[in-house]
Design a protein around this ligand. Sequence first.
Ligand code: CA
Ligand code: CA
Length: 152
Amino acid sequence: MEQKRSKNPHKFFSGAEKQNIIAAIKAAEKQTSGEIRLHLEKRSRKPVFDRAVAVFKKLGMGRTALKNGVLIYLATSNQEFVILGDQGINEAVPENFWNDVAGRMSQLFKEDKFCDGVCEGITMIGEKLESHFPYLADDKDELSNEISIHDK
Ligand code: CA
Ligand code: CA
């Protein structure tokens, strides 16, 4: 019988899956100056979008020079997620810029492919940002590539 995926945000992804996700972030950040982070927590006590905005702020993601941080927020209890870009991105791209990314992620999540969903989402975000925010020769890793995990 298939093992049920843990809702504990620390155990939701296996160690190997976490490494794959971090590798996807590093690879995406070689395409663009945009900075991508993944945040996991069990559940949101407010509407997920509002919570994602709060997490974005708490992680200091608004501090990139070009205002081009992107947060993937994922609640592990019900797999609700949000893709949230900073102001610099919102000013440069059309509305609903993330719709295809979110659609692809939802599709893979429904197939219980959460690591693939997150990794493909990260790759797509990097590709989409490339034309607006190309990778710069003097690139700095402005935001940690580690997965942020909130205990509650
Ligand atoms: Ca960077
Ligand atoms: Ca980074």
